[in-house]
Every structure is written in structure tokens, then in C-alpha cells.
Design a protein around this ligand. Structure first.
Ligand code: SF4
Length: 273
């Protein structure tokens, strides 16, 4: 089946339509426009290829956990953290990134939460897009992307879908349900729970579980998001001059942290045309 041109949905796309609770003031539709409609333009593409500091820390932290589990002896060896730092080429990163990632690696060495668990999948963190799951809702077919950090099981058959966090952001329940929806397609015979763990402060979320009715609701929501996004993309392709009507800007304090502030004419901190 040719699936290249199918619409898609993901938690990340959902976030770009509806931010997490408490983040509403940071929401801007135009960011979605740059990231998803204008992503092939050279300037936009170049900006998208530059990971922000929080993104770099998240990727390096995940990679650090992955490398510890490639060689668990490093969890017990003097200098184990330093060896992982060298694998991650941390010395080439900024001081802030080095300090935070070293602290994360030490935290994990002191509390290696995956040791003793049956690890079914552990991502490196830099794999890019996962294989899409094809979802058919009614007569609408779309690709569903869910990048899962880790799947493990304990003594029972339940799958634990674990998402690593860094920084201070709160856990977003919607993301947990999205993982459970993915698990229901990838492992239809298995019970699953989703859980978050912050590698910087050592906090766990409550485990999240869902009935098939709840997952169906999330699937319908994702379908609506895929349709809305597909419609916006079609409108933009038909009338590129209407970019700011299709993806309205919401300039404000968040522009200072926006990846597109150097090319966005609505940004108070625009620095290049
Ligand atoms: S710079 Fe501001 S207005 Fe422009 S896309 Fe970013 S957040 Fe939106």
C-alpha cells in the first residue's frame, strides 16, 4: 500500500494545536506553520535542524541511559560517568549542557531505575521519526507517530511504557494516553501502563492506564487533529500568501524562546529577514 502521502498525527502535533495545561500563554499557531508547512524552505529547515538547549539535554540524557545499558559495568566503575560523557562527546557542548548532563548521568548511576527490569525496548534518543502506525478511523486513514523512550516489564505480563523527562516541565497526561494507544496497536495482546520519570529530579509520575473506550476517544481526537492539520496544509499550499491567516501569530514573551524568531516578522526580536 502506498502510504507516503497520508496525513499524520502525533503527540507533538497535538501540542502544537493545544498546549499542555499551564503553557497556554506560550501557544502560537504560526510555529506549527513554520515547522510543518514551511519546513522545506532553506532558512526554516536550517532552524529546525538546530536543537534548542533543552532538546539537546533531553537527547543526551536518553543516550546516556542507553549507553549505560549497553555496558552496565559502567554503572559500578569509578570513571563510568566520565566514559559515558566521552561517548556522548560532551566536551564539545556548552558548559550548561555539560553540567546538566553530567548531573543526570550521576543521578542515573546512583539510581539506575531500569536495572533488574526486563527491557523490551530502549531508544538511543537520536533515532528520528519512528515507524508510523497506520490508523483507520471510519474511512479516514492516517499515520500515527509515537516515539517511545523505553518499554519494560516486571514479573507480570504488563508492559510499562516509560517516558524520560528532563527540566522542569510537568508531565502531560495526554502523552501517556498517546503511548497507551500506540501500545494497543504494537502489542495488542498485552496490558500496558504509561509512566514518566524525570532524570534530573528523580520524580516519577503516577502510572497511567486506560480502558479501550478511553483509547478510542484519544484515537478520535488524533483523527480530528490529523484532519485539521491536513486542511491547514492544503489551504496554505493553495494560498501561500495567507500564511499568517492560516497559522495566526501570537507574539509575546515566548518569541524570545521561539526557534523562528529570527525569520518571523511578527517577533519583537526578529534579527534577520
Ligand atoms: S516568533 Fe513569536 S509570533 Fe513568531 S512564530 Fe515564534 S512565537 Fe509565534
Amino acid at each position: 500500500m502506498a502510504t507516503n502521502w497520508l496525513p499524520f498525527a502525533s503527540y507533538n502535533l497535538w501540542l502544537q494545536f493545544a498546549p499542555a495545561i499551564g503553557q497556554e500563554h506560550l501557544h502560537c499557531d504560526m510555529k506549527r506553520g513554520f515547522a510543518k508547512a514551511r519546513n522545506k524552505e532553506p532558512q526554516v529547515k536550517a532552524l529546525l535542524e538546530q536543537d534548542s538547549i533543552p532538546q539537546q539535554i533531553g537527547i543526551l540524557a536518553q543516550r546516556g541511559v542507553y549507553e549505560f545499558h549497553q555496558n552496565t559495568d559502567l554503572l559500578h566503575q569509578l570513571g563510568g560517568v566520565q566514559q559515558i560523557a566521552e561517548i556522548l562527546q560532551l566536551s564539545q557542548k556548552s558548559l550548561e549542557i555539560q553540567e546538566r548532563v553530567i548531573s543526570i548521568l550521576k543521578n542515573y548511576r546512583d539510581n539506575p531505575i531500569l536495572v533488574g527490569k526486563n527491557i523490551i525496548q530502549l531508544s538511543r534518543g537520536d533515532e528520528g521519526y519512528p515507524e508510523p502506525i497506520l490508523i483507520r478511523e471510519g474511512n479516514y486513514l492516517f499515520k500515527f507517530y509515537a516515539a517511545i523512550d523505553c518499554i519494560f516489564s516486571l514479573t507480570d505480563d504488563t508492559l510499562h511504557i516509560l517516558d524520560f523527562k528532563t527540566g522542569k516541565s510537568n508531565f502531560d497526561l495526554r502523552q501517556g494516553y498517546i503511548y497507551l494507544l500506540a501500545a494497543s496497536y504494537l502489542y495488542p495482546q498485552r496490558q500496558a501502563i504509561a509512566i514518566f520519570y524525570n532524570l534530573e529530579n528523580g520524580k516519577w509520575s503516577e502510572p497511567i492506564s486506560a480502558t479501550s473506550e478511553t483509547l478510542k476517544c484519544f484515537q478520535i481526537e488524533l483523527t480530528l487533529i490529523a484532519k485539521r492539520h491536513q486542511k491547514d496544509l492544503s489551504r496554505y499550499r493553495a494560498r501561500t500568501a495567507e500564511f499568517s491567516q492560516i497559522f495566526p501569530p501570537n507574539p509575546g514573551v515566548m518569541c524570545s524562546f521561539c526557534s523562528f524568531n529570527s525569520i518571523c516578522k511578527f517577533s519583537p526580536c526578529e534579527v534577520a529577514a
